[in-house]
Design a protein around this ligand. Structure first.
Ligand code: CA
Ligand code: CA
Length: 252
C-alpha cells in the first residue's frame, strides 16, 4: 500500500466517521418530553397569518379563539380567575401532580407555565384555538396533564402522521372540571412514526368562554431539522468520499 493510498483511506475513514457523527446528531436527541412540552419557554412571535409561533408549538386561532402560555396562579385578562388560580395544589382531588415544579405549600408554590386554548370572548361554539406541536418521533403513548374549566369546555387531542396528515388517534377529554388530570393517548403500533399533536380548546356552550389548560406533554423524541450548513457539510463529505472511491478504482 503506497503513501497516497494510505492518505485516502485515512481521509475516507475520517469523513465516514464525520458523516455518521453528523447524521447521528442531527436526526434526533433522546427525550421523552416533547420540545417545550412543559410550556416553560414563553418566547413567541405572531406570524403574518395570525398564528402564534412558540418554541415547540404553533397556536392556530379559529374564529377569534385565544391561546397563550400563562403563569399558573396569576390573573390574566383571557383566563378566568378560577382557572388562573389553580396551582396543581391538591385543593381539588385531581389525579395529576405537577411532575416538574409541584406545589408544596403557600410559601413554596412552585409556579410554572401551562398552555391554554379557548374560544373568543363572544364564545361561539365555532370559535376555538389549537396548539400544534412540532413534529416528533413517537416514543410511547402520549401523556399530558389537562385542566378543563367547565364540563362544557370542548377539550380534545389529535395525533396526526407528519408525512400525510393522516389522523392516527384522537381523544375526547371528558375529565371532571376544575381539576388537573393526567391523560393518555395511545400510540400503539406507531412507535418511531413522525407525528404531531394538536391540543384543542373550545366551548360547547355558546356565550361561555370555557377554556382548557394543558401541561407536561410526554411521548416523543425531538426531531431536529438539520441546519442548511449541515446539509452542505454532508454533501461535501459524500462528494469527497465518492471521489476518493473513484480515484482508487484499479486501472483497466
Ligand atoms: Ca409547565
Ligand atoms: Ca407548578
Amino acid at each position: 500500500m503506497n503513501i497516497q493510498k494510505c492518505r485516502w483511506l485515512a481521509c475516507e475513514r475520517f469523513l465516514i466517521a464525520l458523516l455518521l457523527l453528523t447524521l447521528g446528531s442531527s436526526t434526533s436527541t433522546a427525550a421523552t418530553l416533547l420540545l417545550n412540552g412543559a410550556f416553560e419557554d414563553t418566547s413567541k412571535t405572531t406570524l403574518a397569518n395570525g398564528d402564534i409561533q412558540f418554541t415547540g408549538w404553533t397556536a392556530v386561532l379559529t374564529n377569534s379563539g385565544f391561546s397563550d402560555f400563562f403563569l399558573e396562579g396569576t390573573a390574566h385578562s383571557s383566563v378566568s380567575s378560577t382557572a388562573g388560580n389553580t396551582k396543581f395544589d391538591g385543593t381539588s382531588p385531581g389525579t395529576a401532580v405537577d411532575p416538574f415544579s409541584p406545589y408544596t405549600s403557600s410559601s413554596d408554590e412552585q409556579l410554572d407555565y401551562y398552555g391554554y386554548v379557548r374560544p373568543s370572548y363572544a364564545a361561539q361554539p365555532t370559535s376555538y384555538a389549537e396548539l400544534f406541536s412540532n413534529v416528533f418521533k413517537i416514543d410511547g403513548d402520549i401523556q399530558f396533564d389537562v385542566f378543563r374549566e367547565d364540563g362544557d369546555s370542548n377539550s380534545s387531542a389529535f395525533l396526526f402522521r407528519a408525512s400525510d396528515d393522516f389522523l392516527l388517534n384522537s381523544l375526547t377529554i371528558t375529565t371532571d372540571p376544575q381539576q388537573w388530570h393526567r391523560q393518555t393517548l395511545s400510540t400503539s403500533g406507531f412507535t418511531g412514526t413522525e407525528a404531531y399533536l394538536v391540543l384543542h380548546g373550545g366551548t360547547n356552550q355558546g356565550g361561555s368562554g370555557y377554556l382548557t389548560l394543558y401541561d407536561n406533554v410526554f411521548g416523543g423524541l425531538t426531531v431536529v431539522i438539520p441546519e442548511p450548513g449541515t446539509y452542505t457539510l454532508l454533501l461535501l463529505g459524500a462528494a469527497v468520499v465518492i471521489a476518493g472511491r473513484r480515484r482508487r478504482k484499479p486501472a483497466a
